[in-house]
Design a protein around this ligand. Structure first.
Ligand code: P6P
Length: 331
């Protein structure tokens, strides 16, 4: 009897299939990404039990961003650094939670990759049980130059990017430049199983997503853009959705279409979100799914970084809306 085609594809199997797209890869790439999925399962387990143990609440320290570190932030950062640091192919790690890159003493032949990540984005929502996420981005380590400066690469150089969204389900979405693929964590077997292959972002969508309380602090074009979307002047009449957790707001935009944007404000003239471990990985995914990502005007993936924690304005989502905002701002 013909062997029953397995309906189950784990993320490991999928990564190995993707591996074939990297002729020079020798399995180190899939071993590297398995470090992310292991850390994700550790973080997910902690989040699931957070309400039951004394892990909620602030850790009592400030991170490099000057933000109150939540205990789960610290745990997530340690999980990512532990799981990824064990992979010999990692030359350096850059985390939102660390002032400087963590550099491993590995030669260029062994330490081929640099991983940049936000271990737990949206962590201020943890205590109110709102979705939080992990975001990661993978670069090749250039053969030349000091690793510390090699971390400052344009988003177009990413070889992989993805996020984990901890919510009613725990979802992993990633791209290696060959489409966007989504997985759901099956708790019973502890594996991420393929749920969406080759995800596509709708050309336009029903929602805009922005913190409207800040609009008076931004250029008037942003307020006009919101009015135009409410009035149905840009595609269909748009509703508003804003969770205040980037990964959750982005994941909805990927599935439903529309636009998420965080403009420059008087309080955050460079925008609030970070280029290296928030805007770049999500921009790579958005473009791979047929969407767009700009800082309002310029393509996110073309921005040359000056510092690992630099911020950027962000407009990301369906082509129709992101392009309409760019036209409004370019006038
Ligand atoms: P605001 C969470 O703190 C975060 O970094 C992102 O996850 C989210 O999109 C943004 O900040 C929300 O910022 O200013 O609207 O509260």
């Amino acid at each position: 009897m013909a062997q029953q085609q397995s309906m189950i594809t784990t993320v490991q199997q999928h990564i190995l299939q993707q591996q074939k797209n990297f002729p020079d890869a020798t399995g180190t790439f899939s071993w590297l990404l398995s470090g992310v999925t292991l850390a994700a399962k550790m973080i997910e387990a902690k989040i699931r039990s957070a309400g039951l143990s004394d892990i909620l609440g602030a850790y009592g320290q400030m991170n490099v961003q000057g933000e109150q570190q939540q205990k789960l932030d610290v745990y997530a950062n340690r999980a990512m650094e532990h799981c990824l640091g064990l992979r010999d192919s990692v030359a350096a790690l850059v985390s939102e939670e660390d002032d400087e890159p963590v550099v491993f003493n590995r030669d260029g032949e062994t330490g081929k990759y640099i991983i940049v990540f936000d271990p737990l984005d949206g962590s201020s929502n943890i205590d109110v049980n709102v979705n939080v996420g992990t975001i990661f981005s993978v670069f090749r380590r250039p053969q030349w130059g000091d690793v510390n400066t090699s971390v400052l690469q344009q988003g177009i150089k990413q070889v992989a990017a993805g996020y984990v969204l901890y919510g009613p389900s725990t979802i992993l979405v990633y791209t290696t430049g060959h489409g966007v693929h989504g997985f759901t964590l099956d708790q019973t077997i502890g594996a991420f199983l393929l749920s969406w292959e080759n995800m596509r972002m709708p050309e336009s969508g029903p929602y805009y997503s922005v913190n409207e309380a800040n609009l008076e602090e931004s250029a008037p074009e942003y307020t006009q853009f919101v009015h135009d979307m409410r009035a149905g002047k840009i595609g269909e009449k748009h509703g508003s959705r804003y969770i205040g957790s980037l990964v959750a707001d982005f994941h909805r935009t990927l599935l439903k279409g529309g636009i998420f944007f965080y403009p420059p404000t008087t309080k955050a003239p460079q925008g609030k979100l970070r280029l290296m471990y928030e805007a770049n990985p999500l921009a790579f995914i958005a473009e791979q799914a047929g969407g767009m990502a700009t800082n309002g005007i310029d393509r996110i993936l073309d921005i040359k970084p000056d510092a690992i924690h630099q911020r950027t304005p962000l407009a990301i989502g369906s082509k129709v809306e992101v392009e309409a905002l760019r036209s409004a701002l370019a006038k």
